[in-house]
Design a protein around this ligand. Structure first.
Ligand SMILES: [Zn+2]
Length: 256
């Protein structure tokens, strides 16, 4: 997206590398310290009262508060964050991950201030998981041992059910988180849908005119396969701007 590229040129050097891992590490710290001294959470949490008292650190520190007290769920969430953050960073670069998280934080804060939604990093982490699932749909999770896209579909279904019955506050928090996803991945998804339609049109014209056409819309920079002859292949644009099949999309192997 052009706006994001322009922003990256100007502010890219301020990006925090491994941001999601940093956040995960702070979550772990707060989880341990919060068990030792529960008062800590009240000091970090983002509340309207806190903001009224000018305690502006809360605008950031709330993302370090784990949303579960169950150690097993917490370790799972931590493992997902740990691997998802850096796998996304391998494709997007640090700046885009930073921006994605920041825009999500702003949305979360607005939803909370105006609609009384809960301030929490839950939706933010969910939107990260959905972004990850788009790039690595077949990545197996260590636990539960299923491909990540299954988890994404399950979570999406749960979210939609919740959405139908939830308060306006929850609905707004959810919309804010998903708006983030739409903002970053929407243009790409729409472009691909449009190209897909072009391929169909071209194939039909080709069939009608019986003219040879070796012009591929997508071609993997590594294996040179295109959608012609491989209709099942999916293609993604890597952070270097080249196109890759899912198999050769540059990645750092996620550890989960
Ligand atoms: Zn390839």
């Amino acid at each position: 997206m052009k706006v994001i590229d322009t922003l990256e040129r100007h502010f890219g050097r301020f990006a925090i590398p491994n941001l999601i891992r940093v956040i995960a590490a702070f979550n772990a710290l707060v989880f341990v310290l919060g068990h030792l001294n529960p008062a800590l959470i009240g000091f970090l949490d983002l509340t309207r009262d806190g903001l009224a008292r000018h305690e502006y650190w809360r605008l950031i520190t709330y993302i370090f508060i784990p949303k579960t007290t169950n150690p097993i769920f917490f370790v799972l969430a931590l493992m997902w964050m740990w691997s998802i953050g850096n796998a996304l960073e391998a494709i997007w670069g640090a700046f885009k991950v930073n921006l994605f998280y920041l825009v999500g934080m702003i949305g979360t804060t607005l939803a909370a201030v105006f609609f009384g939604a809960e301030f929490s990093n839950t939706m933010l982490n969910l939107s990260l998981l959905f972004a990850f699932a788009r790039y690595y749909p077949d990545q197996m999770l260590l636990f539960p041992p299923i491909p990540i896209r299954w988890l994404a579909w399950i979570l999406l279904a749960l979210m939609l059910v919740n959405f139908a019955t939830a308060s306006t506050a929850y609905q707004m928090a959810l919309l804010a988180a998903m708006a983030n996803y739409a903002l970053f991945l929407g243009p790409e998804i729409i472009a691909q849908a449009r190209q897909g339609r072009e391929v169909t049109t071209r194939r039909r014209r080709f069939a009608e005119a019986s003219l040879p056409s070796d012009e591929a819309l997508h071609r993997c920079s590594v294996c040179s396969r295109s959608e012609q002859g491989n209709p099942d292949l999916e293609f993604r644009v890597g952070r270097d701007g080249n196109e890759y099949c899912m198999e050769h999309l540059p990645r750092r192997a996620p550890q989960v």
